[in-house]
Design a protein around this ligand. Structure first.
Ligand code: B12
Length: 291
């Protein structure tokens, strides 16, 4: 599965973003301090994740983040999870996508992993939004817009992760028919990509038979299923049973999500269950550790 291309920048752009000279960047490239690729014409190109890792490891600030297409204030904001959670919720309700991106990038630069961003920022911000909607304090459009904004933010965060090695194991994920929720599944994808997996969220509301077909076609080592909304019918349990039989021979099923109550879980078979993304992270690390 060739999943994505990481954004790459010329030494000149990286130099401007860091506030140093182009010659310095070229020297850091040649000394192996910054890894890079070369164009067909022999020019150095530096992936954005390499620049961000450099900033994080050296605890420096980006002089001009906008040169790398990042919000101008990246690196100047809150780097603690609790503060950022509140601020993310506010930005979400104000429809301020750039601020949402800045807050999550700041946390990445402070060394927080994707699971922490999902569990401690995005999930609580949406729980709060859901509560406010239920009490008539937020409009439906706030919620819809919040999902759109967060989808964009997650897509941008994805660009900051190094591409998986071609030999890395594949993982696929989905939500079953009747479950239109997309953020939990996308977050699982990012958690696994960050751990070096070739992870791909197939999408929401997929028929179980089609998920089974994807397992046969794509031969993943792991399948994650996110359940936010579930009608616990005999048909579903039967189809799931068939999926489990296919997976049992070749890949581990990991399940989670707000709809996966104890009573549903007792009737499903799986390799692992997680309440949150940290649990997924732990399970994935037990299956595969990149060198
Ligand atoms: C956005 C949203 C929607 C959107 C989703 C759009 C989209 N493309 O995703 C849409 C518009 C579809 C929607 C529809 C509805 N919604 Co809604 N929705 C929400 C909202 C605000 C956010 C959901 C979300 O994405 N959260 C962010 C994720 C990241 O958090 P999370 O789900 O908790 O996931 C965490 C864990 O569960 C776990 N996890 C999740 N998946 C997995 C997988 C694995 C493998 C592992 C290990 C862990 C794991 O890790 C995550 C991070 O910590 C919630 C409020 C809330 N409390 O979350 C209401 C909420 C879930 N919805 C609610 C309702 C009532 C509805 C509707 C019935 C509204 C209506 N009248 O039409 C419909 C039902 C649709 C359906 N078929 O089920 C209620 C449910 C109440 C209940 N008792 O069940 C809530 C709680 C709002 C509320 N406070 O009342 N909704």
């Amino acid at each position: 599965m060739n999943l994505r291309q990481n954004k790459v920048y010329s030494p000149n752009r990286v130099a401007r973003s860091l506030g140093v000279s182009e010659a310095t960047i070229k020297r850091w490239c040649d000394k192996g301090i910054l890894s890079f690729t070369k164009t067909a014409g022999g020019h150095r190109r530096i992936p954005v994740h390499v620049v961000l890792d450099f900033v994080r490891e050296n605890a420096i600030n980006l002089a001009q983040p906008e040169v790398l297409g990042l919000p101008p204030s990246v690196g100047t904001g809150s780097r603690t999870l609790d503060q950022a959670c509140q601020l993310y919720g506010q930005a979400l309700e104000q429809g301020d996508e750039s601020r949402c991106l800045q807050l999550t990038l700041d946390l990445r630069l402070a060394g927080h992993d994707m699971a922490a961003i999902g569990d401690r920022i995005i999930a609580p911000a949406f729980h709060n939004l859901g509560q406010r909607w239920a009490h008539g304090e937020a409009e439906v459009y706030h919620e819809r817009r919040g999902v759109e904004i967060t989808r964009h933010v997650l897509a941008r965060l994805r660009e900051t992760l190094p591409p998986p090695a071609p030999t890395a194991p594949a993982a696929i994920g989905a939500t079953p028919v009747g479950d239109p929720y997309s953020l939990p599944g996308k977050l699982c994808e990012l958690v696994l990509l960050e751990l070096g997996w070739q992870a791909r969220f197939l999408g929401s509301a997929l028929p179980i038979d089609s998920i089974a077909q994807a397992v046969e076609d794509l031969r993943p080592r792991a399948l994650w299923l996110s359940f936010s909304s579930l009608a616990e019918s005999e048909d579903f349990l039967e189809e799931y049973g068939r999926l489990y039989e296919i997976c049992r021979k070749q890949c581990a099923i990991v399940v989670g999500g707000r709809a996966l109550t104890r009573s549903v879980r007792q009737r499903l078979q799986y390799a692992s269950f997680g309440d949150n993304l940290h649990h997924l992270r732990g399970f994935a690390q037990s299956l595969y550790k990149p060198n």
